[in-house]
Ligand binder design. Structure first.
Ligand code: KG4
Length: 342
């Protein structure tokens, strides 16, 4: 069979990304981040869609150029259909439809969360790559989602647990905001926590049934501690910044790992992956490696480029869909909400 060359387009939140893959091998992956949101401490949906409009053509152009191909060589175009911000998704979806029609090639719609899991199957063309074996569990932790996904096959995934309120990344970002750190706060907390004592402060941990998560109580517990301590000492935050970050981070990771361990035991699965922006967290990566030692897990931790939103994961999912001839029509519209299976 001749090579399949897929252009992937990702625009679900605040990153405009385009990537070209030859089969599952990445040829390019270009992302334009939107800094405009830093001013507001969170993503502003209308500003995100406007920035996607400005970025989409240059980003796609650059991805095709860096791949060293001509656009006429593309076999198909894959785009993120959802979940995400509707206005942002519409930009990527509309562009993909127009481009696919102009080139007269098939269109592939991709679920963003399935793509985060399948990011583990992107090849960078090196010889030391390993990919998870089915069935495996994937802890999917980002700014908008916290889920445990049971991946039974490339095209058969079930969400067995998910947050009932805030996502793990949201907990990092919202707590970071109240102690004066810039958005997104997760990486700043990670950095400051390296010089802090993770046992300095104790925060409430959720008591939720099954494999579901909850982070809103932890956020409130964090806020109450600050409120009470600042009454006694107005400089409390500045004087305890690193300890606050370390204690918060270790609580979030502990909450994530307890449920993941439970799922691994109940389903008797030892192939365990992690995906999403929060998987860049150094302590979460450490926890994965410690669990591998202690519980005999084989863990799959993505390279940093594939942790956050990127179009290579959309293109690789599109590639697998292409192999199944799972095309979509021009009438498919984006969806904002999370689904239970994908
Ligand atoms: O998957 P992602 O890039 O996109 C969205 O879901 O929007 O995830 C972004 C999230 C943010 O909440 C950010 O704070 C978090 O990932 N994040 C981190 C780290 N790097 C990114 N959280 C903790 N530690 C990190 N090193």
């Amino acid at each position: 069979m001749s090579d399949i060359i897929i252009l992937g387009i990702e625009s679900s939140c605040d990153d405009t990304s385009a990537s070209v893959l030859r089969n599952n091998v990445m040829l390019s992956n270009v992302t334009a981040n939107q800094t405009v949101h830093e001013l507001y401490g969170g993503v502003v949906p209308e500003l995100a869609s406007r920035a996607h409009q400005q970025n989409i053509i240059p980003v796609v152009h650059e991805a095709i150029k860096q791949a060293g191909i001509d656009k006429k060589e593309l076999t198909a175009i894959a785009f993120t259909r959802g979940p995400g911000l509707l206005g942002s998704l519409l930009v990527g979806a509309s562009f993909a439809k127009g481009f696919a029609q102009a080139l007269n090639i098939p269109l592939l719609e991709v679920n963003h969360l399935q793509a985060h899991v399948l990011a583990h199957f992107i090849s960078e063309g090196t010889s030391d790559e390993s990919h998870p074996e089915f069935p495996f569990l994937c802890l999917l932790v980002s700014g908008g989602n916290s889920q445990i996904v049971l991946a039974k096959a490339i095209n058969l995934m079930e969400v067995i647990g998910q947050t009932i309120d805030d996502a793990a990344g949201e907990a990092f970002d919202k707590c970071a905001k109240v102690i004066g750190l810039p958005y997104p706060g997760g990486p700043h907390i990670d950095k400051l926590a390296k010089n802090g004592n993770s046992k300095a402060f104790v925060f409430n941990k959720p008591q939720i049934a099954g494999y579901n998560y909850s982070f809103s109580g932890l956020k409130t517990s964090f806020l109450y501690l600050l409120r009470d301590q600042e009454k006694e000492n107005p400089n409390f935050i500045q004087e305890n910044m690193c300890d606050l970050c370390a204690s918060l981070q270790s609580t979030i990771i502990d909450v994530l790992m307890v449920k993941l361990r439970k799922a691994a035991t109940d389903y008797n699965i030892k192939q365990i992956a992690v995906a999403g922006g929060v998987s860049a967290n150094s302590e979460l990566r450490k926890a994965f490696n410690e669990h591998a030692q202690k519980y005999g897990w084989t863990v799959y931790i993505p390279p940093f480029t594939f942790t956050t939103d990127n179009a290579a994961m959309i293109a690789v999912t599109g590639y697998f869909k292409y192999l199944n001839q799972d095309f979509c029509s021009l009438s498919e519209v984006p969806f904002a909400r999370v689904t239970k299976t994908f």
